[in-house]
Design a protein around this ligand. Structure first.
Ligand code: ADP
Ligand code: MG
Length: 305
């Protein structure tokens, strides 16, 4: 750690605090996550999920783990530095994001998810605080809860922030999959439009209540598996009809609303995969790179013509 100058704290989460720091030798700015738990051997560190999953993933939209340091039984992760997280950006920016900004970010996140899911990992804790932004670039961070799809169920330990938690996780399914990340993305996209969480439950029961009040109570047709899950834990769904998503996310286009509803399908098997999402009409527009746009507006007009 002598090799770094620690500057300021930029985040404090469940498992560690994150600091902005500078590599004294190279001058490079990095983010250092200091883990709260003590680690008494290297073996323990190397086996951590965050280390195992991040070391295997190399993608422009997944935050890069540069090194792992263990000093005096304290574990530090050194990451590339990102300017802020999406939650901070939503809070600090007074006006809503434009649909093209949202589209650009989501396109990148789904590419990262497609990469992860195809390599057999799912994140399990996607939320605005775990999506880091620098200018136009967005990266998925915080792999503390990532897990290998092939690893053995049941997955019963603490999982994910409530507002973005998929219904099968709320109903304590012992087996679930990458579809939990798709659910979270549906809730996140809606929030990017409205700057308000889509399902802000104040408890687990209230979370299900909030979902029912928008999607309508699930039935045999929409989620037969969910009725079985509920029965197995003696849970009764609150009775509610569905509402039009456009009532809660009024600024989203038809394509965006259609994508959000698909992602937030009650039944995990009905949700799209990341690869399918990337083919959705919401993303079927020409995205001009910024460099092209700034070179000359004339060039853009000519190109469009
Ligand atoms: P936790 O497991 O404690 O939630 P995170 O890895 O999500 O830890 O980090 C907590 C916060 O620290 C993030 O929400 C973000 O604001 C900030 N942070 C994390 N990694 C970076 C990074 N590479 N660059 C800049 N800020 C970061
Ligand atoms: Mg986090």
């Amino acid at each position: 750690m002598q090799r770094y100058n620690i500057i300021t704290e930029v985040g404090d989460g469940t498992f560690g605090s994150v600091w902005r720091a500078i590599n004294k030798e190279s001058g490079e700015v990095v983010a250092i996550k200091k883990m709260k738990k003590k680690y008494f051997s290297w073996e323990e560190c190397i086996n951590l999920r965050e280390v195992k999953s991040l070391r295997r993933m190399n993608h422009p939209n997944i935050v890069k783990l540069k090194e792992v340091i263990r000093e005096n039984d304290t574990l530090f992760f050194v990451f590339e530095y990102m300017e802020c997280n999406l939650y901070q950006l939503m809070k600090s920016k007074g006006k809503p994001f434009s649909e093209s900004e949202i589209r650009n970010w989501c396109f990148q996140v789904f590419q990262a998810l497609s990469h992860m899911h195809q390599r057999g990992y799912f994140h399990r804790d996607l939320k605005p605080e775990n999506l880091l932004v620098t200018k136009e670039l967005i990266k998925v961070a915080d792999f503390g809860l990532a897990r290998e799809i092939i690893s053995e169920p049941p997955y019963t330990e603490y999982v994910s922030t409530r507002w973005y938690r998929a219904p099968e996780v709320l109903l304590q399914a012992s087996v679930y999959s990458s579809a939990v990340d798709m659910w979270a993305m549906g809730a996140i996209i809606a929030e990017l439009f409205s700057h308000r969480p889509l399902f802000p439950g104040s408890s687990e029961a209230d979370e299900i209540y909030k979902i029912c009040s928008i999607l309508g109570t699930p039935n045999q047709h929409t989620w037969a598996g969910g009725l079985q899950l509920a029965a197995s834990i003696n849970f009764q769904f609150p009775q509610s009809g569905s509402i039009n998503l456009s009532e809660v996310v009024p600024t989203a286009s038809e394509d965006a609303l259609n994508l959000i509803s698909w992602l937030c399908s009650w039944d995990p098997r009905k949700r799209p995969t990341a690869v399918e999402v990337l083919q959705h009409p919401f993303f079927q527009v020409i995205i001009f790179p910024m460099s092209f746009r700034t070179t000359s507006d004339d060039a853009l007009t000519r190109f469009m013509a």
